[in-house]
Design a protein around this ligand. Structure first.
Ligand code: HSE
Length: 293
């Protein structure tokens, strides 16, 4: 069995812990029954992942398989990772969603994607990456009594993602801890109105509206100070025609949304200025996790 899981970009600026979208940059995991346990890791971050004491994917996969079957898991698992780690592109969500999907498939227990998202919440307590990683597209999501409610919209192919990947990470847990606990009412209103407008723009496909309404007072400015070049990344992207340019999740990557015809100009302008950063154009993904048997 092969599972592929997409990268995701969460928050989209003001929609902190609430919205995200799926990018067609996929990690691939092959799982095969085997007389002995074997783990092979290739691709992005392979060195770091091979040295780590624990493998997040393998832990969740084996624990879930045990719970579902009562049997000891014996599999050969081969990873080919493409999603950079600790860069705000959903690499941990891809591990959670991939591991749960793999365990249910291997145990022969059917599970609906809606249920899988709520299970994934146990490992990542905000739904903005796990939801698009599971179902693809643009997603808004809300957690209520440990259940995730979400709505998804297909992203049309006329849109592309331009992603800037800096050469250093920002830790999600540390940067969450550093955020303010209280915000002035006017900042709260800025984020609520901006998040509502982004949702309406995606669902009604009025993407040009995004140029005027994306504003965040909750987390981005504080987090971007860890990689100050990101302020210039945002300015260059917007000056070259991006519809929006926001920190991807908790960073350090930057997510820019653009019409297909503008995407390569934005990429070239950013790549010329930031030679140490990776700048790539990606398609969006509208399907989420996929299983091939
Ligand atoms: N909403 C999360 C955060 C995204 O900003 O901390 C990272 O998964």
């Amino acid at each position: 069995m092969v599972i592929t899981i997409p990268a995701t970009s969460a928050n989209l600026g003001p929609g902190f812990d609430t919205m995200g979208l799926s990018i067609n940059l996929r990690n691939e995991v092959e799982i095969v029954p085997s007389p002995y346990r074997e783990i092979i890791i290739d691709g992005e971050g392979a060195e770091i992942l091979r040295r780590a004491k624990r493998n997040y994917f393998v832990d969740i996969f084996e624990q879930t398989y045990r719970e579902l079957t009562g049997k000891e898991p014996k599999f050969k698992i081969r990873f080919f990772n493409r999603i950079p780690i600790s860069r705000g592109l959903g690499s941990s969500s891809s591990a959670i969603v991939g591991a749960l999907t793999g365990a249910y498939e291997m145990a022969g227990v059917p599970i609906r994607k809606e249920k899988l998202i709520s299970l994934a919440l146990k490992y990542e307590p905000h739904p903005d990456n796990i939801t698009p990683a599971t179902v693809g597209g643009f997603c808004v999501a809300k957690v209520k009594r440990e259940r995730v409610y979400f709505l998804k919209k297909f992203i049309p192919p006329l849109l592309k993602a331009v992603i800037v990947i800096p050469n250093r990470p920002i830790s999600t847990s540390k940067s969450r801890g550093a955020l303010k606990r209280e915000y002035p009412l006017k900042d709260v209103v800025t984020n609520i109105s901006s998040t509502a407008m982004i949702t309406a723009a995606f669902f009604s496909e009025r993407f040009e509206m995004l140029k005027y309404v994306v504003e965040d007072k909750v987390h981005q400015e504080e987090r971007m100070k860890a990689v100050p070049d990101l302020f210039k990344v945002r300015e260059i992207a917007l000056n070259n025609g991006a519809l929006m340019a926001t920190l991807s999740g908790s960073g350090s990557s930057y997510f820019c949304l653009a019409y297909r015809d503008d995407a390569y100009q934005i990429r070239d302008a950013l790549a010329t200025e930031f030679r140490d950063f990776m700048v790539r154009v990606y398609h969006f993904d509208n399907y989420g996790v996929k299983v091939y048997r």
